[in-house]
Design a protein. Structure first.
Length: 130
């Protein structure tokens, strides 16, 4: 199995991809999060270390990008940044105990608050090399 992973990694690098580890800023955010708030229609959100975001609404998937512009570590991790999906949408997140997140997203004239629970950690991600 380790040989197979090594071969796949070499092939992806040859095709123009690079393996990126999770930075300190992204450490609390990166992972698969399940929504506790059901009224938004979002079931899961996956934050990858390369700035990609996968949003699942029922059977539909949307791919977006995110960028962290503010990071503070106290008793809880506080983040701020932008999600790029049909334009830039500012967001802020408070992460408690690395398992609970309150995500606030401003889209246009409305504000959405999502309560999320971390389901799975994501350690690395592939990014295209330009």
């Amino acid at each position: 199995m380790k040989k197979l992973i090594a071969i796949v990694s070499i092939a992806l690098v040859a095709m123009g991809f690079s393996l990126k580890a999770v930075s300190d800023k992204e450490l609390g955010l990166v992972g698969e999060w399940a929504a506790q708030t059901k009224n938004t229609g979002i079931t899961t959100m996956k934050f990858f270390p390369n700035g990609l975001l996968n949003i699942q609404k029922g059977l539909k998937n949307q791919v977006a990008h995110y960028k962290i512009t503010y990071y503070q570590l106290d008793n809880e991790v506080q983040l701020a940044g932008k999600i790029y999906l049909d334009g830039a949408m500012p967001f802020s997140a408070k992460i408690k105990d690395r398992k609970l997140m309150e995500l606030t997203v401003n889209s246009g004239d409305s504000t959405h608050v999502l309560n999320l629970v971390k389901v799975k950690d994501i350690k690395t991600g592939l990014i295209p090399v330009n």
